[in-house]
Design a protein around this ligand. Structure first.
Ligand code: ATP
Ligand code: MG
Length: 381
């Protein structure tokens, strides 16, 4: 038996400093892309834990705290499917420079893992491009295959351009007009040979006003001038008119963006079909495998908590992971060292899933719904 070492702990800490804020700079993104896998704490038996001294036990728990707080990203069926679509579109965009590249809009409700999945894709793409093309371009500039910007409320196109400059750490990011910022952004993208531009939380734009049209035009400008695949991520993009083809002049302009854009979505887990239940179960198995609790046993999450977790998360990955994370923290703190309904029922979850919970509970109780797989023929249920 080996105690978790200092070096391991430092590694974990370094990994934990990667917050979303740092991702608004290319250096932060590089840290995400190049970060080594987080080191998994060893799973000790209850007997082994008893032999730990006070200090070693505190350290073991500290490392597990961090571990459980960062269990993802899991290769959920939703994420896998999205990545396949993204590769298709991205790779088919590798045409000569004079062709306008098709854009992508990832449009789905909050908490379904859009940002997580897109960053995981960006990471793979970054690594592939660096592996294939080297860390520097032919001209000797640093290669940055991915540029990612996140919007905040009331973003206009000047702010968007500025965010791109901010990402690249361009010295001219403080002063200038929208057009100045645009030219500089194009310079950055060209010299870094950026191929994917991610704009996250696009719903912060107010589409149906002057600035919405402006921004739509701006995306058209980006599509025409920048040799990048544009990946727009947000909530209710369709409702905001990103793809509308109405009758007004504004609609027509927005429709131009719509015609060039492929719409992708992400769905909650669905347990109405056998295939859906399999996806749910595989995800629970992956979670179970990662949980480091000394009293865990096979089936603790994937079998015994399957219906319960579905009820409480309503099949939303964000709520599921919150619940698991908080449950594990409590299981370590209280010494229960396992997850069960009793412990989890004391854990609070986000408001939306708590509200939807009662309806699902009824469906499970009355047998209308199950999240479990059918037993194979010839085996006992
Ligand atoms: N594949 C995954 N594996 C593990 N955890 C995940 C996964 N996808 C999402 N999560 C967790 O779910 C939470 C919500 O995910 P995320 O922020 O990616 O959702 P989102 O769709 O971008 O939401 P929003 O619309 O609010 O920005 C995060 O805390 C994240 O850690
Ligand atoms: Mg997000």
């Amino acid at each position: 038996m080996s105690d978790p070492t200092r070096a391991q702990a430092e590694e974990v800490d370094l990994r934990a400093r990667l917050d979303h804020l740092t991702l608004s700079r290319k250096e932060g993104f590089a840290r995400l892309a190049d970060a080594p896998r987080r080191i998994r704490p060893e799973l000790l038996s209850p007997r082994q834990v008893k032999t730990l001294g006070e200090e070693a036990l505190a350290e073991y728990n500290r490392v597990r705290r961090k571990w459980h707080a960062n269990l993802g990203p899991l290769e959920t069926p939703q994420m896998k499917a999205l990545h396949e679509d993204l590769w298709d579109i991205f790779d088919s965009n590798d045409q000569d420079g004079d062709k306008v590249k098709g854009g992508i809009a990832l449009d789905a409700f909050p908490g379904l893992g859009k940002t997580t999945a897109v960053l995981a894709f960006a990471r793979k793409l970054h690594r592939r491009a660096i592996r294939e093309g080297g860390a520097f371009t032919g001209e000797g500039h640093e290669r940055w295959p991915v540029c990612r910007v996140g919007l905040t409320s009331n973003t206009g196109m000047r702010d968007l351009n500025r965010a791109i400059l901010e990402y690249f750490g361009h010295p001219g990011r403080h002063r200038g007009t929208t057009a100045d910022f645009g030219y500089r952004a194009l310079d950055c993208v060209l010299s870094a040979e950026t191929t994917l531009l991610i704009v996250d939380d696009l719903h912060f734009l107010r589409w149906r006003n002057k600035s919405g049209i402006e921004v739509s035009n701006h995306f058209k400008y980006i599509a025409n001038e920048f040799p990048v695949t544009l990946l727009m991520v947000g909530v209710g993009l369709e409702k905001r008119g990103l793809f509308s083809e109405g009758v007004t002049y504004e609609d027509a302009i927005l429709a131009q963006t719509g015609r060039r854009t492929t719409r992708l979505g992400m769905e909650p887990f669905d347990i109405k079909t056998e295939q859906g239940r399999r996806g749910w179960r595989d995800t629970l198995l992956a979670i179970e495998e990662r949980v480091i609790l000394t009293n865990k046993y096979p089936g603790m999450v994937a079998d015994d908590l399957s219906n319960y977790l579905f009820t409480r998360s309503t099949g939303h990955i964000g709520s599921l992971m919150t619940l698991i994370n908080r449950g594990c923290q409590r299981a370590v703190r209280t010494g229960a060292e396992r997850l069960n309904e009793e412990l989890l029922s004391a854990v609070k979850n986000d408001a939306a899933s708590e509200e939807a919970r009662r309806e699902l509970e009824l469906a499970f109780e009355t047998g209308q719904l199950t999240s479990r797989l059918k037993p194979l023929p010839g085996t006992a249920a």
